[in-house]
Write a protein that binds this ligand. Sequence first.
Ligand code: HEC
Length: 160
Amino acid sequence: MQGWSVNRGVGILVIGLLLVCSGALAKAGEMDPLKPRVPPREQAKVHNWHPSYGSTRTAPPEVIAQGKRLYETVGLCAACHGKSGKGDGPAGKPLRIGPRDFTNCRFHQVRTDGELFWILKNGSPGTGMMPMVKPKGHLTEEQGWAILAYERQFCKETSL
Ligand code: HEC
């Protein structure tokens, strides 16, 4: 009888450990990519934010090329979002909330330029996405817009 209860105790311990480990090893996934990140009270303000050339979707090729360089180097974006934009960079792996997959065209459809720029200035509070553009981040506004122009290129659907 005593042996049975010891076995049962060990069994419960093993099951408990398995549950804890599987939770810790669970692959970090994206938090709902279509839900807005800009607080409602700031939506009207960001609506008017655009790059000097009008829209990140019609950026000149030299701006896109500059954005690519920055994205992969001093911008640090590729470290988390991956060179491929799929959100699979090495520094993003341990994060509980995964980096955005920029190849998701639905994400680009729902996000305006202003909303993307707000994220670069403020980060996404409560996640590993830190402010990247000044004053809280290290990039200039012009660099931030160039990176966003490149980020749009990860969606390969031309109808957007
Ligand atoms: C330390 C890792 C890390 C780095 C470096 C990083 N990001 Fe992120 N990024 C994240 C994570 C995590 C999320 C997901 C946040 C969320 O779901 O709210 C995210 C989300 C985003 C989003 C989506 C926000 C939205 O509206 O849903 C954009 C845009 C973005 N990052 C752009 C960038 C750019 C551009 C750079 C480089 C200048 C960059 N990130 C660098 C981790 C990172």
